[in-house]
Unconditional design. Sequence first.
Length: 297
Amino acid sequence: MPKLVLPELGALCASERPPAHQLVGPEDDLELQSVLGWFRSHPVDALYTEAIGNSIDYVLDGGRTGRFDLQLPTVHPGERASVGAKLEYEVLRVFDLPKVKPLDTVINGSPVDIKATTTGNWTIPSEAHCQLCICTKIELSKNRHRTLLVRTHRSWLQEGENKDGKRGLAAHARDHWSEPLYDWTPLPVNPLRYLTDVQAAEVLADKPGQVKRLLKMFQYLEGRVIPRNVIMTVGAGKDDPVRRAREARGPAEQLGLNLLCGDKVESREVAAAHGYALRPGEWLALRQDADQTNTSP
């Protein structure tokens, strides 16, 4: 495919839809600046991190499937692609935005489309050509993400077109005529990804029972905060994994481990004393020491 040569700013856009309009940079796009200003009053990187994490967890469905990594061979490419579809609704939720046609939402009176990709480029549907688009790139191999705000002028879209009229955003437009909502930001890593293949096979096996497998997990992941969804993944398809985690406390103590659960104030206080911010629903295994010997969180 020949390289796309973009017209200069100030030229008329090649869009066939009226009204005719000029190509302007983001600093001269009043609607874009208005939407950008709206986002500036929010902790955008933190909210997007939450939304992406929830979208990934939704697609993995670890509590039913036992999966914990989107790059596992058991995850179909179509499932990875569906993260973007789920993210649209998560973004609306975390920012308390309405779902409004013809695009995805309206911010400060301007229609805005929400796009995401876990591969190379975004695919911009025909109804979003020349509109404002929030474009999120999720790099699974590097555990990071970033989001741009760009007006996807028809003249800035690649010529290749699929049957739905979707086109990719030209790299030059992405790099020079967009505004970052936030720069590259780390994605939380599912703690199960720190296990070796042998350890993961032990923790996620059908046998022995949940308590013994959870105990192995806490041993292998000592000192790492374990979210509730990880407990559910280890007990995928089984009865009440969280209860089984509580039952692992006694055996853990015999191994010199103190299991803390963020549902209890005492556990959160012990975790904080050791430099951990433990939230409700999260678990943490710490080696017992003088400060913990008489603690029963």
